[in-house]
Design a binder for this molecule. Structure first.
Ligand SMILES: [Cu+2]
Length: 501
């Protein structure tokens, strides 16, 4: 939590006129120095928000059509968390968000929307050797059926995720505007400030979490829940980045995505575009160095994967798994995205993972179509103990890993299919490649000759300006696009900071 002062600039509880608030904040800024000035700057947009209008009939705050409601909702939620658990407010805040995410319909494991824990009546165990972590093959036994109910009203509560280039400009602007609101330092009277986005990105930072959510079958469900959690915090769907449409370009670094219209610069510090001047919880700028190494997702990779008919082939530890393919773009983007601990600090993490989740949903559709395997029960017993079906999804309360594979979770989202030739959904950012009969991204008009000497000089200048960045463990990748340059950014190890989630 980024505590930048203990000022009483609580837009929720106070109807204080803006001028008085400004003077109070300014005096505090003078007293406490430059750290608070950064806080004051971040609070500016919250200062004039009138939160009372976002109270629902039961006194709770709701996210409405108005983007400002987001700020008020989170401020209120954090106050509730503080009231219910003063010493573990961050944890309580995340659990509230999680509850909101999973009760997008009527509630999970519940027909009337009442809050209750997931009722698990199925007992499935991976039998393991007593003294080791190695499982005995083929001893995955199901005793009873799962009590998790599938929603009967799927479309009403299922949110549609679209390819980022298929969104209207209004939809895209709303999405990034809301991300920027989550990135604001929100004051809570008597408790400094908190930054919702940083709290959410830190959920992917702790060692124990990283082990429980990567390198095994739990990867898919864990990241599905994580996406839903951010959506609950945003109040709008997360688009997906179908990087196949960039992979198919002659030079994917030319894509229109790496402009202010979409993700912002692909080289150097994010100093323009929707995430301009974002400062990470490590107190560093967001940086990228696209095309350095790794690989975007290719159509061949997805086709290979969709030939599988059961989850055990598609998840770690194995080769050509969804997790394996997903690593390529992490490394291809470089900067924060390239390390396990820091990847979600760059918002394109979530768009990439939305695409990963889309691929998984296609695989599940296929499994259902063939009819031999029901994906909700096909939780492979392999990988580390923390990926066992009934190990909990750290730090998501008591949710078992197998819940990540449930139909209920899947029913909360559906994907608008990626655009196809010849019209590519009418998107002004896509064109149909008639030879391969696939839509691909248009290049940014300014960088169509991306590796002429002037552009190369400019890229080198921007990369040099990055300075020192601190990153955690790098994603290990096995697939390298031969078009990458091999000029991965230098970095130093992360400096430890206390996270109490
Ligand atoms: Cu991850």
């Amino acid at each position: 939590m980024a505590v930048v002062g203990d000022e009483a600039t609580d837009a929720y509880s106070s109807e204080t006129p803006g001028l008085v608030l400004l003077i109070t904040s300014s005096i505090l800024a003078l007293v406490t120095g430059s750290i608070l000035i950064r806080g004051l700057h971040q609070h500016t947009s919250g200062r004039n928000r009138k939160c009372q209008q976002y109270r629902g009939s039961h006194g709770n705050f709701e996210i409405t059509e108005k983007d400002d409601s987001l700020y008020c909702f989170h401020q209120h939620l954090y106050r509730l968390a503080l009231d219910s658990s003063p010493t573990h407010a961050l944890h309580a805040y995340v659990q509230e968000l999680l509850w909101k995410a999973l009760s997008r319909c009527e509630g999970y494991g519940s027909e009337n929307g009442k809050r209750e824990r997931t009722k698990t009546t199925m007992k499935e165990k991976c039998f393991r050797k007593k003294n080791g972590r190695k499982k005995q093959k083929g001893k995955c036994k199901r005793k009873r059926e799962s009590g998790i109910k599938t929603s009967t009203n799927i479309r009403r509560c299922s949110w549609e995720r679209k390819e980022v280039r298929m969104m209207s400009r209004t939809e895209w602007k709303r999405f990034v505007n809301r991300l920027n609101i989550l990135k604001e330092a929100i004051p809570v009277q008597g408790h400094g400030t908190f930054v919702p986005y940083d709290i959410i990105s830190d959920l992917h930072r702790e060692n124990i979490t990283i082990h429980a959510s990567h390198g095994g079958p739990g990867f898919l469900g864990w990241h599905r829940v994580y996406l839903l959690l951010l959506e609950a915090a945003l109040g709008v769907p997360i688009p997906y980045w179908d990087s196949r449409m960039d992979y198919d370009m002659t030079n994917p670094t030319d894509s229109v995505l790496w402009t202010s219209e979409f993700f912002g610069p692909g080289f150097g510090i994010e100093d323009s575009g929707p995430f301009a001047n974002w400062i990470t919880p490590e107190n560093e700028s967001l940086v990228r160095n696209i095309g350095n190494n790794g690989s975007l997702v290719s159509s061949d990779m997805v086709e290979t994967l969709l030939r599988y008919t059961q989850h055990s082939l598609a998840v770690e530890p194995s080769i050509n798994t969804i997790e394996d393919i997903h690593v390529g773009p992490h490394r291809w983007v470089d900067g924060q995205m390239s390390s396990l601990e820091t990847a979600p600090q760059d918002p394109i993490f979530f768009l990439h993972h939305s695409f990963v989740d889309y691929i998984w949903s296609k695989l599940r559709d296929k499994m259902r179509k063939i009819g031999k395997t029901d994906p909700k029960f096909d939780y492979p017993c392999k990988g580390p103990v923390s990926h066992d079906p009934y190990a909990t999804m750290i730090p998501f309360g008591n949710l078992p890993n197998i819940y990540g594979y449930s139909d209920h979770l899947e029913s909360l989202t559906h994907y608008r299919p990626p655009p196809t030739c010849p019209d590519c959904g009418g998107s002004p950012y896509l064109l149909c490649d008639k030879v391969i009969q696939r839509c691909k991204s248009k290049p940014d008009k300014l960088t169509t000759h991306s590796f002429d000497s002037e552009t190369t000089k400019n890229i080198r200048y921007r990369i040099r300006a990055i300075g020192i960045i601190h990153l955690g463990r790098k994603f290990e990748y096995h697939i390298i696009d031969h078009r990458t340059r091999g000029d991965t950014l230098n970095f130093l190890p992360l400096i430890n900071r206390g996270i109490s989630l």
